[in-house]
Design a protein around this ligand. Structure first.
Ligand code: ADP
Length: 477
């Protein structure tokens, strides 16, 4: 753990193992922190706040530029660490490191653009001045599926805004966090400005984050269930919260779209990170007349996807994160089959080709999916494509919006008017129109409804770490 500028063990010397999900091997052990260490980290962040927040924006920016440079210089090492503890194929890990580094670059720039404003008053002797100030000490909790970019998306804007922070990464992927903190240290992080607490049981640390009065803001990426729990706790002290939660993205192939092009797009986005992404397409709506061609094309792509250890060249599908993830996906598939879905391909845990020690699930396509199946309603965090056919395009908006989630949605169409109709009518925070990668450090990422509160990236991403302060100045002193 990295607390107050020092690498430390847990007070009671406890540690936990980090496993490689591709083969179950122990890669490393890390300190198992809890309430005590979280408290120490909050103290350090609190003491560092006046120093860090009073640095100039240019100084904070220079620091963030340096982190970006170091991340790019250590890209291969970071990517390999990620593939080993999280499982994604090495090229995908490299892409993620670049994406993560982009946030440091972007917020190095945004740090210098934290503008206030003046507002004309109706009184001649009065002036209004609006200033932006850092919210204070930030507590951050990140997930395992994107173990570097999800950290970068919070740490970079928080530091750019002048906040100090305590991070608790996911218990499955603490090593990526450790590597990022090594780079923060090398970039010259003043002590206490960013602190890292690793823990096998997240609850005691989460409890400190919700109840310690010195924490002004809680930022979380993970499941809707835990997001709600943390938000409920944080609201007691009226802490600021940003939440990036689950998703259940519709992927709509309109009647005028090219089904071959759409199937190719889906195959590229759906199996990214083995489907373990909150923006992964989870409900695939295809017009009945083009479904056969769409499925044929998709199946051809799926057949070519080689599952395996992400370090092996050519591997396209990494493992799921753990045994529970396999079970959840398998149960959703079984439930769908039980209720009348048909299996186009896949539908089983891979136990041959030396993959039995890892958590591999075959890329799966289900046809004839209907609303009463669990997979239609629940987030699917795995490599499963549930296909739903439709007849009438007028019903599509209603069907796509019929979910508690509101993160990402994808639409394939050639008509401008249809594209605009869906862009305006879909209740989701991110809409890809003929586009499977509508994400960037420069673009606001976040969801509506149960998918969360707030945005990450873009200028909205730094706003999340700022308070607005109004000054009314009377000239009659
Ligand atoms: P998933 O089910 O995909 O792992 P979670 O929401 O459980 O998603 O995990 C996301 C992050 O939330 C991880 O860092 C995890 O340790 C953390 N987390 C889980 N439960 C709690 C909790 N009770 N308090 C604080 N953090 C938690």
């Amino acid at each position: 753990m990295f607390i107050n500028g020092q690498w430390i063990q847990a007070k009671d010397q406890k540690e936990f193992s980090v496993l490689n999900p591709a083969n179950g091997n122990v890669i490393s052990r890390v300190p198992d922190g809890g309430e005590i260490e979280a408290g120490m980290a909050v103290t350090a962040a609190g003491e560092a706040l006046p120093i860090w927040s009073s640095q100039t924006a240019y100084q904070r920016s220079a620091f963030l530029y340096e982190v970006h440079t170091l991340m790019m210089g250590n890209l291969e090492h970071l990517a390999q660490t990620m593939t080993q503890e999280q499982g994604k194929p090495i090229q995908a890990a490299r892409n993620e490191v670049k994406y993560g580094a982009d946030f440091f670059l972007w917020f190095a720039e945004e740090a210098k653009r934290i503008y206030g404003r003046t507002i004309p008053s109706s009184r001649g002797d009065q002036r209004f001045l609006v200033a932006k100030q850092p919210v204070g000490v930030v507590a951050a909790i990140t997930p395992w599926n994107y173990p570097i970019s999800m950290i970068a998306r919070k740490v970079a804007p928080a530091l750019a805004a002048g906040c100090t922070l305590v991070l608790k990464p996911a218990e499955a992927t603490p090593l990526c966090a450790v590597e990022i903190f090594k780079l923060l240290e090398r970039a010259g992080l003043p002590k206490g400005v960013a602190n890292l607490v690793t823990a096998l049981d997240p609850a005691p640390v989460g409890q400190v984050f919700m109840t310690d009065k010195r924490i002004a803001k809680l930022t979380f990426t993970g499941s809707t269930k835990i997001g709600k729990l943390l938000a409920r706790g944080a609201i007691v002290q009226m802490k600021r919260v940003s939440l990036e939660l689950g998703g259940h993205a519709p992927f709509i192939v309109c009647k005028d779209a090219d089904p071959v092009h759409a199937a190719k797009g889906l195959s590229l986005v759906k199996f990214l990170n083995t489907g373990q992404a909150c923006i992964s397409p989870n409900r695939i709506y295809v017009h009945s007349t083009m479904k056969a061609l769409f499925l044929k094309e998709l199946k051809e792509k799926v057949v070519q996807m080689i599952p395996g250890n992400g370090m092996t060249p050519g591997v396209k599908i990494g493992p799921l994160v753990n045994a529970a993830a396999i079970e959840k996906v398998d149960n959703q598939v079984k439930d769908a089959l039980h209720h009348g879905a048909s299996l186009v391909i896949g539908g089983f845990r891979i136990m041959d080709k030396g993959l039995d020690k890892g958590y591999f699930y075959a890329p799966t396509i289900l046809d004839h999916v209907i609303p009463k199946m669990r997979i239609y309603r629940e987030e699917t965090f795995g490599p499963v494509v549930p296909v739903i056919s439709y007849e009438d395009e007028d019903d599509l908006l209603k069907m796509a919006n019929d979910t508690d989630y509101g993160l990402a949605a994808y639409v394939y169409t050639k008509a401008y008017s249809t594209a605009m109709k869906f862009f305006e009518g879909l209740n989701f925070g991110i809409i890809g129109i003929n586009d499977i990668n509508p994400t960037s450090a420069a673009a606001p990422f976040g969801g509506m409804k149960m998918s969360g509160i707030g945005r990450e990236g873009s200028f909205e991403g730094i706003e999340e770490y700022l308070e607005t302060k109004l000054g009314g100045f009377s000239l009659n002193a």
